[in-house]
Design a protein around this ligand. Sequence first.
Ligand SMILES: Nc1ncnc2c1ncn2[C@@H]1O[C@H](COP(=O)(O)OP(=O)(O)OP(=O)(O)O)[C@@H](O)[C@H]1O
Length: 693
Amino acid sequence: MNAVGRQRSGASTANHQRQYSDNLIDTSSNGRWLQSAGLQHLQSNNAVPPLQDFNGGGQGSRMYRSVQAQRNYSGGSDLFGDPLTPTGDSWPAGRRMNVEEQVSPNEYSPGLLDLHSFDTELLPEGKSFDDSEPYLGNSKHASRASVTLENNASKSLAADNVKASNVAKIKVVVRKRPLNKKEVTKNEEDIIETHSNSLVVHETKLKILCWSIFQLLLSVSDRLLQSLLDALLSSFTAVQITHSVYRETVEPIVPIIFQRTKATCFAYGQTGSGKTYTMKPLPLKASRDIFQLMHHTYRNQGFCLFASFFEIYGGKLFDLLSDRKKLCMREDGKQQVCIVGLQEYKVSDVETIKDLIEKGNATRSTGTTGANEESSRSHAILQLTIKRSVDGSESKPPRVVGKLSFIDLAGSERGADTTDNDKQTRMEGAEINKSLLALKECIRALDNDQGHIPFRGSKLTEVLRDSFVGNSRTVMISCISPNSGSCEHTLNTLRYADRVKSLSKGNSSKKDVFSSISNLKESTTQPLSSALPPTETFEDNTGGSWPEQTDNEYYDEDSYEQEKPSRKNSKVEAYNFSNSEDKTRRTNGQTKWKEQPELDIKNSEDNLNALLMEEEDLVNAHRRQVEETMDIVREEMNLLVKADQPGNQLDDYISKLNTILSQKAAGILQLQNRLARFQQRLKEHNVLVSSGY
Ligand SMILES: Nc1ncnc2c1ncn2[C@@H]1O[C@H](COP(=O)(O)OP(=O)(O)OP(=O)(O)O)[C@@H](O)[C@H]1O
């Protein structure tokens, strides 16, 4: 994206960031109705906003303000340490041992920024946090940040803040990986600088794009905080670090899985940004906690855990635990989605789950020697399902109680492959585009409690249908690479994260869902670790694992060629390798790589982002049109009042009515044109979905 585009996007994001103070949003149905449409600024301070009041309270309540704060991450600790640390051939040797020799100042940083709890703004180039309005934050936010930074060192601060973050229906965090050996060898710079509450992407030529992530007022000075962090750094171990990520993302959700909640945790980001690395430990940690709850809090209550693992490739489903058997999806009479033929394994210990994940991952990468390119063309979904025997009866199949889905999404830049000449690659790119857009739409609908969730927008969202209805939770982990070569992708990922995050503006209203869960209230408002018995490890080797069919029937959906996303079929890649070593290695790995013209790659990279922006523009134009319509309606009302008054001039009435009707028609026409243009763009990029648009 060029500088103009970037500036536009920055400004656009900034303009779309609105902060609505709670006291302006009425809790009446009218208020909620306006709020759900993003028009809460039309709601006056008074409970019922008469139309004639719109000029006053309505406009006054609409604020565009930047929200920032400082929170220092430098010198933090690397959340994803040794359990999954790459071997020496990928990473500089000894870098973990010697802080002085760190490649990246953030190597030991948790690299995890919680976007959800704070207002964010993408500042345009050249603008710094200091240029913006001061933030009148509250101490809760300040302490929340400290908790994240300090690895929960301050328990007293943790309680409030964990409570706040736990209740979020959608949680968005950003995670930065350290520079890898190859990037270091190439003298690539770490362009991501993390500060107390912000993340700065330094573009080359010293242009600076500031991404303000958090707003908070620190209760301690920066200096004091820094020394505190340094002290903490030395005490972090890799295991603690990994656990921190889990605790910030998935742990709060685990207890409510027993309470009929379907939750989804997905990693988003470009290829190689650390999605798989980030996701890998999470299911294991979650299952450990699930088993603990089953064996303590829910002892002898008939709960059992099932695991399944499949991938979506080219819009089709393949079972990763059953030799990539092709699967098909069906809806039952109750509109429950079932994946016919998907092998589910009943599991009673963490080791079995680990084995299954390894097996699935191996299936996913069979036949390749490269690191990530295969997985980046498919979405891998691991589901942990909690079931319960009906009335303790062994004869009846257990019923689903809750589900936790972990999704390692295809690399986001793959969605840009639609300009590729190869049909197969184009189709894959289009499908990924479609699924990423659809996912965002579903999250939007989900957070606004809309009746209609557009889950049919893609196979991915269809599969996740039951995670979008009822009591659901979503965690998005946006993974970013630190190197300068990934700058554009990083910015795109941050924009996507910001969009998803900004959809969740009404999260506070969702708190009641949690508080209604009585017997696990404690567990949901505190870290799970505090709700569980103090046992360090949990082991249960009493049960084995055995496969179960999820459905007795099986039908073949269609004749889609069951192809693995292998290199053989991926003749053209838009993967933007700037390193010839990469190309060679991958060529040796059986892929016939074809260079795309540079311009194509550049254009295609912007596709998804451009579509997302256009979609946002359309929604905003619609919102503006509704506002204007309301103004016009007010005028019409006045006109009608005057029309009934004695001595009213008919000529005057007719001319005014004419003007009003023309205004109305022009507004509608303008919106129709914009809609048609957007539909056309979707068509061009093959993301027009049958029911969604
Ligand atoms: N935080 C981290 N610390 C150390 N190494 C990391 C970190 N994140 C990622 N890596 C390493 O970077 C490489 C790429 O990571 P990973 O495979 O998770 O990327 P990905 O986003 O899943 O890619 P793809 O989309 O192609 O599947 C791996 O070697 C991984 O071990």
